[in-house]
Design a protein around this ligand. Structure first.
Ligand code: DAT
Ligand code: MG
Length: 148
């Protein structure tokens, strides 16, 4: 089953949105496979956002990600990468639909509360970066109520 890396950014933690964001993934029916509360350093944040290193906002983005603890998670389920991005909403909260996490809880593109992998391949890379120790092996007892 597909997995994705989801991170509640420092603003989401500071604003008390951890339970709300986890709840949306749980209630959708996705399975939590890994979770940790950590503060990362600049070298780590630069690695996570390496693809964006040429962007003018890169330095500000790294400063923001290291500014406080984040909630790093692995979620699993059918199409979880694409559907997870739909739950999160468009990158710029000005364009995120109401009902999405960013649409409901964010205003500024550089304080957009949550990260989600943009492809299954990047999901695998990000999970390896953030969870080198691996994730939990388990299957929810609700599985047959969520999947045919
Ligand atoms: P996403 O997080 O939706 O995958 P992304 O990978 O293009 O978006 O960019 C990563 C983060 O960088 C994004 O969540 C917020 C920030 N960012 C993107 N574009 C930006 C911009 N034009 N100005 C400021 N921050 C930006
Ligand atoms: Mg991205």
């Amino acid at each position: 089953m597909e997995q994705t890396f989801i991170m509640i950014k420092p603003d989401g933690v500071q604003r008390g949105l951890v339970g709300e964001i986890i709840g949306r993934f749980e209630k959708k029916g996705f399975t939590l496979r890994g979770l940790k509360f950590i503060t990362v350093d600049s070298a780590f944040a630069e690695k996570h956002y390496a693809d964006l290193s040429a962007k003018p906002f890169f330095c500000g983005l790294v400063e923001y990600i290291v500014s406080g603890p984040v909630v790093a998670m692995v979620w699993e389920g059918k199409n979880v990468v694409t559907t997870g991005r739909k739950l999160i909403g468009a990158t710029n909260p000005a364009e995120s639909a109401p009902g999405t996490i960013r649409g409901d809880f964010a205003i500024d593109i550089s304080r957009n509360v949550v990260h989600g992998s943009d492809s299954a391949e990047n999901g695998r890379k990000e999970i390896t970066l953030w969870f080198p120790e691996g994730v939990a092996e388990w299957q929810s007892s609700l599985h047959s109520w969520i999947y045919e």
